[in-house]
Design a protein around this ligand. Structure first.
Ligand code: IMP
Ligand code: MG
Length: 179
Protein backbone atom coordinates (compact mmCIF):
# COMPACT_ATOMS: atom_id res chain seq x y z
CA UNK A 1 0.00 0.00 0.00
CA UNK A 2 2.70 2.45 0.98
CA UNK A 3 4.44 2.06 -2.39
CA UNK A 4 1.64 4.25 -3.75
CA UNK A 5 2.66 7.15 -1.53
CA UNK A 6 4.92 9.76 -3.10
CA UNK A 7 5.84 11.32 0.24
CA UNK A 8 4.62 11.84 3.77
CA UNK A 9 3.21 15.35 4.05
CA UNK A 10 2.28 15.27 7.75
CA UNK A 11 3.71 12.66 10.10
CA UNK A 12 1.93 10.82 12.90
CA UNK A 13 3.85 12.85 15.48
CA UNK A 14 2.90 16.15 13.87
CA UNK A 15 -0.75 15.11 13.74
CA UNK A 16 -0.71 14.01 17.38
CA UNK A 17 0.76 17.33 18.55
CA UNK A 18 -1.69 19.36 16.48
CA UNK A 19 -4.72 17.41 17.66
CA UNK A 20 -3.65 18.00 21.26
CA UNK A 21 -3.35 21.74 20.55
CA UNK A 22 -6.77 21.88 18.86
CA UNK A 23 -8.33 19.95 21.73
CA UNK A 24 -6.90 22.40 24.27
CA UNK A 25 -8.29 25.40 22.36
CA UNK A 26 -11.70 23.81 21.97
CA UNK A 27 -11.73 22.88 25.66
CA UNK A 28 -11.16 26.51 26.65
CA UNK A 29 -13.73 27.87 24.20
CA UNK A 30 -16.51 25.43 25.09
CA UNK A 31 -16.01 24.84 28.81
CA UNK A 32 -19.44 24.64 30.47
CA UNK A 33 -21.26 24.82 27.13
CA UNK A 34 -23.50 22.15 25.58
CA UNK A 35 -21.04 21.01 22.93
CA UNK A 36 -22.09 18.62 20.18
CA UNK A 37 -19.36 17.42 17.84
CA UNK A 38 -20.79 16.54 14.44
CA UNK A 39 -18.39 14.35 12.47
CA UNK A 40 -18.75 14.12 8.72
CA UNK A 41 -18.37 10.49 7.70
CA UNK A 42 -16.36 8.77 6.64
CA UNK A 43 -13.29 10.97 6.29
CA UNK A 44 -13.46 12.58 9.73
CA UNK A 45 -13.71 9.40 11.77
CA UNK A 46 -10.03 9.01 12.63
CA UNK A 47 -9.63 12.71 13.42
CA UNK A 48 -12.87 12.69 15.44
CA UNK A 49 -11.74 9.73 17.53
CA UNK A 50 -8.50 11.50 18.45
CA UNK A 51 -9.93 15.01 18.78
CA UNK A 52 -12.74 14.05 21.15
CA UNK A 53 -10.21 12.51 23.52
CA UNK A 54 -8.15 15.72 23.42
CA UNK A 55 -11.21 17.73 24.49
CA UNK A 56 -11.35 17.92 28.28
CA UNK A 57 -14.83 19.30 28.69
CA UNK A 58 -18.06 17.33 28.37
CA UNK A 59 -19.35 16.85 24.83
CA UNK A 60 -21.68 14.68 22.85
CA UNK A 61 -20.98 13.32 19.39
CA UNK A 62 -23.08 12.58 16.33
CA UNK A 63 -22.38 11.91 12.67
CA UNK A 64 -23.64 12.88 9.25
CA UNK A 65 -22.70 11.34 5.97
CA UNK A 66 -22.67 13.24 2.73
CA UNK A 67 -21.21 12.49 -0.64
CA UNK A 68 -19.86 14.93 -3.19
CA UNK A 69 -17.11 12.95 -4.84
CA UNK A 70 -17.48 10.02 -7.20
CA UNK A 71 -14.43 7.82 -7.15
CA UNK A 72 -12.24 10.67 -8.48
CA UNK A 73 -10.16 13.47 -7.02
CA UNK A 74 -12.43 16.41 -7.92
CA UNK A 75 -15.67 17.37 -6.22
CA UNK A 76 -18.73 16.77 -8.37
CA UNK A 77 -20.15 20.00 -6.93
CA UNK A 78 -23.33 18.19 -5.93
CA UNK A 79 -23.78 17.19 -2.33
CA UNK A 80 -26.08 14.35 -1.29
CA UNK A 81 -27.10 13.54 2.27
CA UNK A 82 -26.67 9.86 2.99
CA UNK A 83 -27.15 10.02 6.77
CA UNK A 84 -28.67 12.92 8.70
CA UNK A 85 -28.58 13.73 12.42
CA UNK A 86 -31.56 12.14 14.10
CA UNK A 87 -32.02 14.51 17.04
CA UNK A 88 -32.83 18.23 17.28
CA UNK A 89 -29.80 20.48 17.73
CA UNK A 90 -31.37 23.67 19.05
CA UNK A 91 -29.94 23.26 22.54
CA UNK A 92 -26.38 22.69 21.34
CA UNK A 93 -23.25 24.51 20.32
CA UNK A 94 -22.33 22.61 17.19
CA UNK A 95 -18.77 21.96 16.14
CA UNK A 96 -18.62 20.31 12.74
CA UNK A 97 -15.57 18.03 12.52
CA UNK A 98 -14.26 17.46 9.01
CA UNK A 99 -11.14 15.91 7.50
CA UNK A 100 -10.44 18.56 4.86
CA UNK A 101 -11.83 21.86 3.63
CA UNK A 102 -11.16 21.89 -0.10
CA UNK A 103 -13.60 23.62 -2.46
CA UNK A 104 -15.81 24.32 0.55
CA UNK A 105 -18.92 23.01 -1.24
CA UNK A 106 -19.53 20.24 1.30
CA UNK A 107 -19.16 22.37 4.43
CA UNK A 108 -21.18 25.31 3.16
CA UNK A 109 -23.96 22.89 2.24
CA UNK A 110 -23.89 21.30 5.70
CA UNK A 111 -23.80 24.66 7.45
CA UNK A 112 -26.80 25.87 5.42
CA UNK A 113 -28.65 22.70 6.25
CA UNK A 114 -28.03 22.92 10.02
CA UNK A 115 -28.48 26.69 10.58
CA UNK A 116 -32.29 26.69 10.16
CA UNK A 117 -32.51 24.03 12.89
CA UNK A 118 -31.60 26.84 15.29
CA UNK A 119 -28.52 25.60 17.20
CA UNK A 120 -26.94 27.93 19.79
CA UNK A 121 -23.94 28.27 17.47
CA UNK A 122 -22.16 26.48 14.63
CA UNK A 123 -18.43 26.39 14.04
CA UNK A 124 -16.14 24.27 11.90
CA UNK A 125 -13.04 22.32 12.87
CA UNK A 126 -11.11 20.80 9.99
CA UNK A 127 -7.82 18.94 10.20
CA UNK A 128 -6.65 20.12 6.77
CA UNK A 129 -7.31 23.28 4.83
CA UNK A 130 -6.57 23.51 1.10
CA UNK A 131 -7.39 27.20 0.49
CA UNK A 132 -6.15 27.34 -3.14
CA UNK A 133 -9.14 25.37 -4.36
CA UNK A 134 -11.87 27.27 -2.50
CA UNK A 135 -15.10 27.87 -4.43
CA UNK A 136 -17.42 28.85 -1.57
CA UNK A 137 -17.00 31.68 0.85
CA UNK A 138 -16.31 29.59 3.94
CA UNK A 139 -13.57 29.58 6.58
CA UNK A 140 -12.70 27.09 9.29
CA UNK A 141 -12.90 28.34 12.87
CA UNK A 142 -10.31 25.74 13.87
CA UNK A 143 -7.89 24.04 11.49
CA UNK A 144 -4.86 21.86 11.90
CA UNK A 145 -2.71 22.37 8.80
CA UNK A 146 -2.87 24.44 5.65
CA UNK A 147 -1.76 22.24 2.75
CA UNK A 148 -0.87 22.86 -0.91
CA UNK A 149 -3.09 21.79 -3.80
CA UNK A 150 -2.18 18.10 -3.86
CA UNK A 151 -4.42 15.07 -3.41
CA UNK A 152 -3.70 13.58 0.00
CA UNK A 153 -4.73 10.35 1.69
CA UNK A 154 -4.45 8.71 5.09
CA UNK A 155 -5.66 9.44 8.64
CA UNK A 156 -9.22 8.93 7.38
CA UNK A 157 -8.85 10.49 3.93
CA UNK A 158 -9.37 8.22 0.96
CA UNK A 159 -8.90 7.84 -2.73
CA UNK A 160 -11.72 5.62 -4.03
CA UNK A 161 -12.23 4.36 -0.43
CA UNK A 162 -8.62 3.17 -0.13
CA UNK A 163 -5.79 4.39 2.13
CA UNK A 164 -7.97 5.65 5.02
CA UNK A 165 -6.03 3.47 7.46
CA UNK A 166 -2.60 5.05 6.85
CA UNK A 167 -1.60 6.66 10.16
CA UNK A 168 -0.09 9.75 8.47
CA UNK A 169 -1.15 12.15 5.70
CA UNK A 170 0.60 11.30 2.44
CA UNK A 171 0.59 12.52 -1.14
CA UNK A 172 -0.48 9.88 -3.64
CA UNK A 173 1.80 9.01 -6.55
CA UNK A 174 0.50 10.01 -9.98
CA UNK A 175 0.43 6.36 -11.05
CA UNK A 176 -1.89 5.46 -8.17
CA UNK A 177 -4.53 7.82 -9.55
CA UNK A 178 -7.01 6.41 -12.10
CA UNK A 179 -5.62 2.94 -12.40
P1 IMP B 1 -15.06 20.08 -0.66
O1 IMP B 1 -16.55 20.02 -0.72
O2 IMP B 1 -14.46 20.27 -2.03
O3 IMP B 1 -14.52 21.08 0.33
O4 IMP B 1 -14.55 18.64 -0.29
C1 IMP B 1 -14.59 18.13 0.96
C2 IMP B 1 -14.48 16.63 0.91
O5 IMP B 1 -13.76 16.19 -0.23
C3 IMP B 1 -13.70 16.13 2.09
O6 IMP B 1 -14.55 15.79 3.13
C4 IMP B 1 -12.99 14.93 1.53
O7 IMP B 1 -13.80 13.78 1.70
C5 IMP B 1 -12.84 15.18 0.07
N1 IMP B 1 -11.48 15.65 -0.30
C6 IMP B 1 -11.11 16.89 -0.68
N2 IMP B 1 -9.79 16.96 -0.93
C7 IMP B 1 -9.30 15.72 -0.68
C8 IMP B 1 -7.97 15.14 -0.72
O8 IMP B 1 -6.94 15.76 -1.03
N3 IMP B 1 -7.90 13.82 -0.40
C9 IMP B 1 -8.98 13.07 -0.04
N4 IMP B 1 -10.22 13.58 0.03
C10 IMP B 1 -10.39 14.88 -0.30
MG1 MG C 1 -13.91 11.60 1.12
Amino acid sequence: MESFIDRVLISEDEIRAKVRELGAKITEDYRGKPLLLVGILKGSMVFMADLMRAIKTNCKIDFMSVSSYGAGTQTSGQVRIILDLNKPIKDFDILIVEDILDSGVTLSYIKKLLLPRGPRSIRICTLLDKPERRKSDIVADYYGFTIPDAFVVGYGLDYGEDYRNLPYIGILKEEAINN
